[in-house]
Design a protein around this ligand. Structure first.
Ligand code: APR
Length: 228
C-alpha cells in the first residue's frame, strides 16, 4: 500500500468554524501570541493563558469535522495514510483518521508545568489556576508554545521521508520547525497543496497547487487519487 502523508494546519479546520491564525480575523489578530502562546506569557500571567486555551478547547469541542477531514480519512481505504498536523483540535481523529501525529500538542490534554511527560486527558474541561498535576505542579495546556521544542519533529520527519504522495493542506508554512517538513520528502514523489492562498514555499517545482478551500479541494484530490 502506498504511503500518503498529509501535513495539515489551521486551514483544514476553517470550514468547521475554527479560526486560523494568520488570515484576516485570525486568532493572532485578536491576541498577542507572546502573551498567550509562549513560556514568557505563561510566567507573566497564567490565568490569561489558561483562559485563552479554555476558550479554544470549548470551541473545538463544539464543532464537527468537515469534508476535508473526511476526505483525508477516506483515503485510508486505498492508502496507508498518516496525518502530521500542527492543529491542536481532534477533528482529524473525529473524521476517522487512524494515524495522526500532533506536532503542537492537543487541546484535550493537560500536562504538568514541570514535567512534560506527565499528561492528563481533560476532554473539553477547562484548566483553572490551582488545578494540579499528579506531581503537584500547576496543570498547563499540553500545547507546544513558541520557543519550546517540538518533541514529535523527528518522528514526523521520518514519516514524511517515507511518503509516496505528500499533501499539504491549510497551512501557511510560516512556523518552524513544522514548515521544514516539506524538505524531507523523497525526490520526485507527487506533492500537492490544497489552499486558496499560496503558502510559503522556497520553490513550487514538483508541486500541484489546488487553489481551493479544503472541503472542495481535498474532495477533488481524494477522487483523483482514488481513481489513479
Ligand atoms: N481551506 C484550506 N486552507 C485554508 C482555508 C480553507 N477553508 N482557510 C484558510 N486556509 C489557509 C490559509 O490560506 C493559510 O495558508 O490555511 C492557512 C492558515 O495558516 P495559519 O493561520 O498560519 O495557520 P497554520 O499554518 O496552521 O499555523 C501554524 O502557527 O501559531 C502557530 O501553533 C500555531 O500550529 C500553528 C502554527
Amino acid at each position: 500500500m502506498s504511503n500518503v502523508v498529509v501535513l495539515s494546519g489551521a486551514g483544514v479546520s476553517a470550514e468547521s468554524g475554527l479560526a486560523t491564525f494568520r488570515d484576516s480575523g485570525g486568532l493572532w489578530e485578536g491576541y498577542d501570541v507572546q502573551e498567550v502562546a509562549s513560556i514568557r506569557g505563561w510566567n507573566l500571567n497564567k490565568e490569561k493563558v489558561l483562559d485563552f486555551y479554555n476558550m479554544r478547547r470549548k470551541q473545538a469541542a463544539g464543532v464537527r469535522p468537515n469534508k476535508a477531514h473526511k476526505a483525508i480519512a477516506e483515503l485510508e481505504s486505498k492508502f496507508d495514510v498518516t496525518v502530521v498536523t500542527q492543529n491542536v483540535d481532534d477533528l482529524h481523529e473525529k473524521a476517522g483518521s487512524s494515524s495522526v501525529v500532533h506536532l503542537h500538542g492537543m487541546l484535550k490534554q493537560a500536562r504538568s508545568e514541570k514535567d512534560e511527560s506527565i499528561i492528563v486527558d481533560i476532554g473539553s474541561n477547562p484548566i483553572n489556576p490551582g488545578d494540579k498535576a499528579p506531581d503537584g505542579s500547576q496543570l498547563r495546556p499540553n500545547v507546544v508554545w513558541f520557543g519550546e521544542p517540538v518533541p514529535m519533529m523527528e518522528t514526523a520527519a521520518k514519516i514524511v521521508g517515507k511518503a509516496d504522495i505528500f499533501i499539504v493542506i491549510g497551512t501557511s508554512l510560516s512556523v518552524y520547525p513544522a514548515a521544514s517538513l516539506v524538505s524531507y520528502t523523497r525526490k520526485g514523489i507527487p506533492k500537492f497543496i490544497v489552499d486558496p492562498s499560496t503558502p510559503e514555499l522556497y520553490s513550487f517545482d514538483g508541486w500541484t497547487h489546488i487553489r481551493k478551500k479544503g472541503e472542495e479541494g481535498m474532495s477533488e484530490l481524494k477522487k483523483q487519487l482514488m481513481n489513479q
